[in-house]
Write a protein that binds this ligand. Structure first.
Ligand SMILES: [Fe+2]
Ligand SMILES: [Fe+2]
Length: 306
């Protein structure tokens, strides 16, 4: 017989969209006819795997991304690919053509950062393509949007893109407040939430991750283009890495031809930067998320060079 307390729990779980396992149909006689007795919650193997790729820089970065996605996707049962594309078009911004190339390479959601507005044609599509994000914590009147809720096999996934304030070129609003605002507005069934914090300082990224520990699935850092080896699951279940690293030219200063950066630093004169060519590198992470709780179950950092 279904105890009143059990019945209440089943109703609450069904309301929240939580699927039941080990269900037992009560016999068709006596009290509790037709009721379902839940002996467990969720499917043990239900998980959402996100491949999250660090700043894709120029042609080399796009080539690395295109060759990596199918292999990583197949070998790791990846459900969704999120990549930071702020430097994808010649090192700065996005164009129609580059966006098409990234999406056809298998990218599902593109995050960005301070370089998103570098190419003017981005204004032609930023408002209309939900899969392309700009930092959330900009004025309301800024074109584009800072988060998206999409889904995989019927499970909603929110991706939020926010920028840090320390040593960043724009006057961004408070990223903590901005992310809190989105979390408060999400429907209860949206339990999987990925945050890309595009920021210069390790401390700001770390503080944001700790603040949202247990409230989001993972916080990943972008912008500095150098991968950090500090991936971990925080005490309340949020996955975190300070920076995913760059997917772009290996022999460069964060994507730019080395000699140009050296010249600028040594002369202190204006130098036009050009994206480097040559061999590439790939930087990213696979975030394994429990679909039922929305919390992180594992992180697999990926970094390799040609
Ligand atoms: Fe970048
Ligand atoms: Fe950036």
């Amino acid at each position: 017989m279904l105890e009143p307390k059990e019945c209440e729990r089943v109703c609450i779980c069904l309301k929240r969209g939580i699927r039941l396992i080990h269900v037992k149909i009560l016999p068709e006689k006596g009290e509790g006819n037709g009721a379902i007795l839940c002996l467990g919650w969720g499917f043990p193997d239900e998980q959402m795997k996100l491949l999250v790729v660090g700043d894709v820089v120029g042609k080399v970065g796009r080539r690395m991304l295109k060759s990596a996605i199918p292999v990583i996707r197949t070998e790791n049962d990846v459900d969704m690919v999120v990549a930071n594309g702020e430097n994808a078009a010649g090192g700065n911004g996005l164009t129609h053509e580059v966006l098409d190339e990234l999406l056809s390479s298998g990218v599902d959601v593109l995050t960005s950062g301070n370089h998103i507005f570098d190419k003017k044609e981005v204004f032609e599509f930023l408002d209309d393509i939900p899969a392309v994000l700009r930092p959330l914590n900009l004025p309301r009147s800024t074109p584009g949007h800072g988060y998206v809720v999409t889904s995989r096999h019927g499970v909603p996934v929110a991706v939020i893109n926010v920028a840090g304030r320390a040593f960043m070129p724009f006057s961004y609003d408070d990223p903590f407040l901005a992310v809190d605002g989105v979390l408060n507005s999400l429907a209860p069934e949206v339990r999987i939430v990925l945050v890309d914090i595009h920021a210069e300082t390790t401390s700001e990224k770390s503080a944001l991750a700790w603040y949202f520990d247990g409230k989001v699935s993972a916080v990943v850092g972008t912008h500095t283009h150098v991968q950090t080896a500090d991936e971990r699951i925080l005490p309340h279940g949020t996955g975190f890495i300070t920076d995913l690293g760059m997917t772009g030219p290996r022999d460069s200063v964060i994507g730019v031809k080395t000699e140009l950066v050296i010249r600028k630093l040594r002369t202190q004169m204006p130098v036009r930067f050009e994206t480097a060519g040559g061999p590439g590198q790939f930087g990213g992470i696979i975030v394994d998320i429990d679909e039922i709780t929305g919390l992180c179950r594992g992180l697999s950092r990926i970094f390799y060079t040609e």
